[in-house]
Design a protein. Structure first.
Length: 345
């Protein structure tokens, strides 16, 4: 199949048979055509708009022990912190003044933050910022808890499926974590009415091309509003310390493919992408991404939310991040907008 044919089929059909999808994932031959098509599709739907989400990493305590993650329970080198409700609200207030209309509350699965405490945090933000979207990213819960958060005022939820393959999932996570429960959570969230974000790491240990293909198929089934991907990055205090980083090229290629499979999707140029290459986020935008998620956490805790090594922006004030990103987005040919940034289905 010729280059233009393959990419044109993907663009028009919004799909490809498995064998072609797999070969596309494994070669750089189509990249230029892929990114060009992805940019065209993204401009049709979103113009040059880039949405910003203010990320507040409110706790680095976690009960889980994911083998890849720097803040896993067994990492005794982490200095643990949790923000107070006042500190969280102060981050939102600062973010609002800087033009953020979406706040992403992310944290480990911290037992201190019971259903009731998460609800209290969400209602406090909802009351103060009625015109903002509140996104939670706090892992796996029972459906009843997800419903309680929704009633308290949360309207979006980020939960990467990490890998759609159950056996691969078990190689990345110790029991009792399972791919099955992760997927159950995602469908529960969708059923409740959240705008749902899912995604996966690119180049995670033991990942095969077939696994990536299965990830794309799972996303086709879920039809999430947001799809977050980034390269797997090593952390020296995890069991995966010897495992190499994922690749920039393959992450960009996947962003391009995601844009063509899901023209409507909100796709962030992630911090991990900016960490693996100084211009990674700009390249992500040009490959089809349309969201950036600057850090709004207090500078005093930023270095402590270390999922992987050399994480960027850990010394910057929120205002610096906003202007830094504004410049970076403009240099890629797009523009940050002050907008709640809902999905355009
Ligand atoms: N606890 C919540 C959860 O599990 O969804 C939110 C926090 S969790 C740290 C957020 C995401 O970080 C995960 O979904 C995972 O994909 C990503 N992550 C963790 N460790 C990483 C690493 N070493 N490299 C790249 N991404 C990583
Ligand atoms: Fe934080 Fe660039 S986004 S300094």
């Amino acid at each position: 199949v010729s280059m233009s044919e393959l990419i044109a089929t993907l663009e028009q059909q919004r799909d490809l048979p498995n064998d072609l999808l797999c070969s596309l994932l494994e070669t750089d031959r189509y990249d230029a055509a892929l990114f060009q098509a992805a940019d065209r599709v993204r401009r049709q739907r979103y113009g040059t708009d880039v949405f910003v989400r203010g990320l507040i990493e409110f706790t680095n305590y976690c009960r889980n022990d994911c083998y890849y993650c720097g803040i896993r329970r067994s990492n005794a080198h982490v200095q643990r912190y949790r923000l107070t409700p006042e500190e969280i609200l102060a981050c939102c207030t600062e973010g609002y003044a800087l033009g953020f209309r979406t706040f992403v509350l992310q944290g480990g699965e911290d037992a201190f933050f019971t259903e009731q405490r998460v609800c209290e945090m969400v209602s406090a933000i909802r009351e103060r910022f009625p015109d903002c979207a509140i996104t939670l990213s706090v892992g796996e819960w029972e459906k009843s808890s997800y419903r309680a958060f929704f009633r308290a005022g949360a309207n979006r939820y980020l939960l990467r499926h990490e890998t759609a393959d159950a056996a691969h999932y078990r190689r990345l996570h110790p029991q009792p974590l399972s791919s099955e429960n992760r997927k159950r959570c995602l469908f529960d969230l969708k059923d409740i009415g959240y705008q749902v974000g899912s995604g996966f790491m690119v180049g995670s240990p033991y990942q095969t091309t077939e696994n990536l293909c299965a990830d794309l198929r799972f996303l086709q089934e879920l039809e999430p509003d947001m799809i977050g991907i980034g390269p797997y990055l090593t952390h020296k205090d995890t069991p995966f310390r010897e495992q190499p980083n994922g690749s920039l090229a393959q992450t960009l290629r996947l962003i391009g493919i995601l844009r063509l499979l899901f023209p409507y999707a909100l796709i962030p140029a992630t911090t991990a992408l900016g960490t693996i290459h100084p211009q990674g986020r700009e390249m992500g935008l040009r490959a089809g991404a349309n969201v950036v998620m600057p850090n709004l956490s207090p500078v005093s805790v930023r270095k402590l939310y270390t999922l992987y090594e050399d994480k960027i922006c850990t010394g910057e004030e929120s205002a610096q991040c906003r202007s830094c990103l504004e410049r970076r987005v403009a240099s890629a040919g797009y523009a940050i907008v002050t907008d709640i940034g809902d999905v355009r289905r």
